[in-house]
Ligand binder design. Structure first.
Ligand SMILES: N[C@H](CCC[C@H](N)C(=O)O)C(=O)O
Length: 330
């Protein structure tokens, strides 16, 4: 039997599969089929999840493992911040290390274990990088501009302004009022830009942010390949950078920014390097809710009927952490 996990960062939920534990690793087609099935809210396991995280060996000398992220629709995400925290915890426990690098699609990222956010809430910090504003990196087209930094896009909305940042997965961010946050606007724009459209033709994660106070935000995200999630780690990181760029009187580089989200809270730190280069630290919980046993054969054939799933009890500690943080907005 193979042990897989159900995990979350800010209630952004994933199944985590370590390919190195298998005699015969799954092929890419098998992984995509498994991701679509296991994450399905109705037909999947334990009410599904937002994605599948695939851990594997890395042949990069500086990395102790690699992570691939598969969205619920089977598309590949180049990065996942909440997911990387849970992969970091998994690798930290497996190899007995507290600081190392993990290979992701586009970059080898530095991660470290941090002081627990609360009792029973293991906490990790992950590097979010590389950052790009270029049209080609996002990508977008037909908007008559090479970058979007706090700009109106009448093709998308009549009133809002947007900032587009790849970290390296693509994000479109708008700072909005409470009325807009609670309207259908995010659902509409998220759905439009993640179906066939001439602007963000590969889809884009769309985040709305409300400024709570100095270095404090609430962020809600409609994710590419998924839909609404409780939180998007790369989205909150990109939004923190957009906060520093667009609202310099309210946000500080190098300082801790608190980002509330529908699933909890994370902390970010935006680092400004030379030549308009940036990277972000994303700090938050890495919670394992279930340990699951499944046969290697069933993983290959995508059969989820014979699994044994056991709750870890960690969710209780997470729930009490959430109750105590008093999020300003739900
Ligand atoms: N939830 C993830 C991001 C998944 C990104 C994915 N939806 C995409 O870019 O395709 C996070 O915590 O960063």
């Amino acid at each position: 039997m193979i042990q897989i996990q159900k995990v979350h960062g800010s209630m952004n939920t994933f199944f985590l599969l370590d390919q190195t534990e298998l005699i015969q690793p799954l092929t890419q087609t098998e992984l995509v089929n498994l991701a679509k099935h296991i994450t399905d809210n109705n037909q999947g396991l334990l009410n599904g999840s937002d994605g599948l995280l695939v851990v594997d060996h890395s042949d990069h000398p500086s990395c102790i493992g690699s992570m691939q992220v598969i969205n619920t629709d089977g598309s590949i995400a180049s990065m996942c911040g909440n997911g990387l925290r849970t992969v970091s915890r998994y690798l930290a426990e497996k190899f007995g290390q507290t600081e190392f690098r993990v290979e992701t699609q586009d970059a080898d990222l530095h991660v470290s274990q941090e002081a627990n956010f609360a009792e029973g809430v293991p906490t990790f910090s992950v590097e979010i990088s590389p950052v790009s504003f270029n049209r080609e990196s996002l990508p977008f087209s037909n908007l008559n501009t090479d970058t979007l930094i706090n700009q109106a896009i009448p093709e998308i909305d009549d009133n809002l302004t947007f900032t587009a940042i790849a970290v390296p997965n693509p994000h479109l961010i708008s700072f909005v009022s409470e009325d807009t946050m609670t309207s259908n606007s995010l659902a509409n724009i998220g759905a439009t830009l993640n179906s066939k459209n001439p602007y963000f033709y590969d889809g884009v994660n769309v985040s709305y942010a409300q400024i709570i106070g100095h270095n404090s935000l609430f962020v809600r995200t409609f994710e590419r390949g998924v839909g609404f999630t409780n939180a998007c780690g790369t989205g909150m990181s990109a939004t923190s950078l957009a906060f520093c760029l667009n609202h310099p009187e309210m946000a500080d580089y190098e300082q801790t920014i608190t980002v509330f989200n529908p699933g909890g809270m994370v902390k970010t730190r935006v680092h400004q390097l030379k030549n308009n280069n940036y990277y972000i630290d994303l700090i938050g919980n890495a919670t394992v809710t279930h340990q699951i046993l499944i046969s290697e054969q069933d993983l290959h054939t995508n059969l989820l009927d014979n699994v044994q799933a056991q709750e870890t009890g960690e969710q209780l500690a997470y729930d009490s952490f959430i109750t105590n943080i008093k999020a300003p907005i739900k």
